[in-house]
Design a protein around this ligand. Structure first.
Ligand code: FNR
Length: 387
């Protein structure tokens, strides 16, 4: 259990996370690609959007409840897919999914998760969303979609911004892989994290659970790493979306859109929602902060598709800013990973409590009672072109 006094804000969860999780995984999470300019810009840019402070409005009986994909949510914040989340805490994906479901927000399991889709489905009560990376091995992709259907996943999140990997220098220096290279430095550092190490010793989930055992000829870790590195499909184009849509047949969310032209095509493809995302600053270094692209994208396609946003959200105030610009939903990545590494399921719950409480109070101070009433009128300045 983490009390509000122990962790009043997401940054407090981060401080505990940093102490408890081995450096190799901390660095994997807490960085961006190349110069990390987009990673840094993502969080900073939110502060350029000023909220209008309104007073003497009856703000009794407020609610942060809303809907995402037509389903009721405790607040319009879903947990983003995080590869290797289960290396931050033993059985991390199961714990994060449980926390999300008990709280009443959607959870997205990554293709590159540690706990497999079947393992998570067996340990949680309700359907979750599955995030797909399209692999060159289209048979594997087909089977992955079939597995998501068999696990009763309620939506497919197709990530489009990772056909090649943006280099993260720290991962190269640290020998990051799942599991990481057992360099002397990594072993020495892990020995200083006994709570983490004990947890890991107690679980069998320590590699890419969705992949190992599901690809012919890939038996050991070296073969798995080699296979994964060459599998992200560089031929993926908009026509591939039709193939995925046909195979899946259910609700489809397109993730990784950060440009108005792409948003228009994505909406035409009939996506149920699109996520304005730059992968948390981990892919195109130099890409704009997503909050700066949100307004133009909502203006271009908001009538045809639900527009959501992630990348850089660390507070409920940021969620309010995104909703004010027209987002119908948000996703958080690192904000919940910090909680997961800090205290497992209780840590993720705490992260969600923090975000909800901040959103609730911010709504109140802006004079809003309902999520559906939030809009551009809550912002002091109309988004300027230069942003
Ligand atoms: C990610 N992200 C990601 N996205 C995805 O579609 N599949 C994945 O496997 C991963 N893996 C992953 C690992 C880690 C450690 C991070 C930090 C991020 C991107 C993620 O879903 C989301 O877009 C960002 O995390 C949002 O930015 P914030 O909230 O972390 O700033």
């Amino acid at each position: 259990m983490l009390t509000p006094a122990q962790a009043p804000a997401i940054e407090d969860l981060y401080r505990i996370y940093k102490k408890r999780v081995p450096r190799v995984f901390h660095d994997y999470c807490e960085t961006g690609s190349y110069t990390t300019s987009t990673f840094i810009e993502n969080t900073k840019a939110f502060q350029n959007y000023h909220l209008r402070q309104r007073v003497a409005v009856n703000i009794d009986n407020r609610s942060t409840e809303s809907t995402m994909l037509g389903e009721k949510v405790a607040m319009p914040v879903a947990l983003a897919p995080i590869g290797s989340a289960g290396m931050n805490h033993a059985d991390g994906e199961i714990l994060a999914c449980r926390a999300a479901q008990k709280f009443g927000v959607p959870y997205t399991l990554s293709t590159m998760s540690v706990c497999s889709i079947e393992e998570v489905a067996a340990h949680v009560e309700r359907p979750f969303w599955f995030q797909l990376y399209v692999m060159r091995d289209r048979d594997f992709t087909r089977r992955m979609i079939a597995r998501a259907k068999a696990a009763k996943c309620s939506a497919l999140v197709l990530t489009l911004d990772l056909q090649v990997l943006g280099q993260r220098h720290l991962d190269l220096k640290n020998g990051m892989s799942s599991p990481p290279k057992m360099t002397l430095a990594n072993i020495a550092n892990m020995m200083t994290k006994p709570r983490w190490a004990l947890g890991m010793l107690g679980t069998k989930n320590r590699t890419f659970g969705n992949i190992q055992g599901h690809v012919a000829g890939v038996v050991n870790m070296e073969e798995l790493a080699e296979w994964t590195n060459h599998q992200f499909d560089q031929t993926l184009d908009w026509s591939s979306i039709d193939f995925i849509r046909k195979e899946w047949g259910g609700k489809l969310i397109l993730k990784g859109i950060n440009d108005v032209e792409d948003a228009k095509i994505a909406a035409k493809k009939g996506a149920d929602a699109i996520i304005v995302s730059n992968h948390g600053g981990r892919q195109l270094d130099g890409a704009p902060a997503t909050i700066n692209m949100l307004g133009p994208i909502v203006d271009a396609v908001g009538k045809n598709a639900d527009v959501w946003i992630d990348s850089g959200i660390r507070t409920g105030i940021d969620v309010m800013r995104a909703l004010a610009l027209g987002a119908k939903g948000t996703m958080v990545g690192r904000a919940y990973v910090y909680g997961l590494g800090a205290a497992g399921e209780a840590g993720v719950t705490r992260a969600l409590e923090i975000l909800r409480s901040e959103l609730d109070i911010t709504m109140a101070l802006c004079g809003e009672r309902l999520i559906k009433n939030i809009g551009r009128h809550n912002l002091l300045d109309a988004p300027a072109k230069s942003r």
